[in-house]
Design a protein around this ligand. Structure first.
Ligand code: PMP
Ligand code: GLU
Length: 397
């Protein structure tokens, strides 16, 4: 029986598929190190968990407005105001079931048949699929490898057509770890403004930033307001607050766009769960506790990033990688290792999983199957062991 045209080209999430396979092999007794899915290995901070438990006990278990509890929208707007130094409107916030739903809402509401949507590549695996679900055409645009693949107006001009309606950008980037500077972001934002292209900026890793002493990576809210055309900011609690399973994300946009996104959501999930929203009021409202928890987690990510890059330099100096400036991924290039039947990163990752039990995600999931992504959201011991196993397979010892 044929399925509808809506999903004819749909592929399941590759990151989730690898992680599911790794978990299955581990449950069958295989000794597997799973560095595939990007998921903090920390528990959700206690002040957030306690708020949710208290909320459930006191009867916070009913539907909420689709755009989210007013208290949560206010807390998120205050958090964004603190970041940007300008007043952000709670009515521009739409609370979603994870950043994934915020991206779905935006893609489905802004794009449709005949539209092209540029995707900064290498990209997080779900962007092209979300554009495809909206029946628009995803167009991958790669910046140069030397610049960590970051896009310039020239790269964008080369891919621009009359049908271009949107651009999806992710900084800090999953999978490359690259971070746009304010100037680089401003140049891209002005390009989108001048071409009448929607700019969707996914900043879910903004707190996991390694370059300098700022507590967050530069983002759209650091771009001068006059440089922005039409834009939607996407963020969420999964990564910054170790809340992947709670499903808490949000978008920020003009109130007119927020109204449309809310109308769509009101027919789909209605709202993310109420206990999760109560947890969100603590996460975004209690800034002092949030800052302390985030600082602890980021310190660990930074240490692991240094560990992984220094071990790569020591054990496998011939393998190029992009130095992670944010997020928690190492993106490295394996085409120099291709031989025999192994002629793609997909085949290389299968070989690695079968031979030494290390699960990584092949670059096919991100637009270039010469590369591989390792999540370093794991303990130091686990990372050391994974790198040792990888080096032993590559050296054939
Ligand atoms: N954007 C990026 C770049 C991601 O890596 C992820 C990973 N889950 C998401 C969005 C979605 O996050 P969530 O739905 O858990 O908020
Ligand atoms: N975003 C994470 C990743 O890239 C989690 C899995 C997913 O949602 O894709 O691995």
């Amino acid at each position: 029986m044929p399925f509808s045209a809506n999903i004819q080209r749909l592929q399941p999430s590759a990151t989730i598929a690898v992680s599911t396979l790794a978990k299955r092999l581990a449950s069958e007794g295989r000794d597997i190190i799973n560095l595939s899915a990007g998921e903090p290995d920390f528990d959700t901070p206690a002040f957030i968990v306690d708020a949710a438990v208290e909320g459930i006990r006191s009867g916070e278990t009913r539907y909420t407005p689709s755009a989210g509890l007013p208290g949560l929208r206010k807390a998120i707007a205050a958090f964004l105001s603190e970041r940007s130094g300008r007043e952000m409107d709670p009515d521009g916030v739409v609370v979603t079931a994870g950043a994934k739903q915020a991206l779905f809402n935006a893609c489905f509401s802004l794009f449709g048949p005949g539209d092209e949507v540029m995707i900064a590549a290498p990209y997080w695996t779900s962007y092209p699929e979300l554009v495809t679900i909206a029946r628009a055409e995803p167009v991958e645009v790669f910046g140069s490898e030397e610049r960590g693949f970051k896009l310039t107006p020239e790269d964008l001009d080369a891919a621009f057509t009359e049908r271009t309606r949107g651009l999806i950008l992710n900084t800090p980037c999953n999978p490359t770890g690259a971070v746009y500077s304010v100037d680089e972001l401003t140049a891209v934002a002005e390009w989108a403004r001048d071409r009448g292209v929607w700019l969707i900026s996914d900043e879910i890793y903004q707190n996991i930033y390694h370059l300098d002493d700022r507590t967050a990576a530069p983002g759209l809210l650091d771009v001068p307001a006059g440089s922005l055309g039409d834009w939607v900011l996407v963020d969420g609690a999964s990564k910054s607050y170790a809340m992947t399973g709670w499903r808490l994300g949000f978008s920020y946009s003009s109130t007119e766009v927020a109204g449309q996104l809310t109308a769509l959501q009101s027919h789909i999930t209605s709202n993310t769960t109420t206990p999760t929203q109560i947890a969100g009021i603590a996460a975004y409202g209690n800034r002092e506790a949030a800052r302390a928890s985030i600082a602890n987690m980021v310190a660990a990510f930074r240490r692991r990033r240094n560990l992984v890059t220094s071990r790569m330099d020591e054990l496998l100096p011939e393998i190029p990688y992009t130095t992670p400036e944010g997020a928690f991924y190492l993106f490295f290039r394996v085409d120099g290792l291709f031989e025999g039947d192994v002629q793609s990163a997909t085949a290389w990752c299968s070989h690695l999983l079968n031979e030494v039990g290390v699960a990584l995600v092949p670059g096919a999931a991100f637009g270039d199957d010469r590369w591989v992504r390792m999540s370093y959201a794991a303990s130091d011991d686990v990372l050391e062991e994974a790198l040792k196993r990888m080096a032993s397979m590559i050296r054939g010892s």
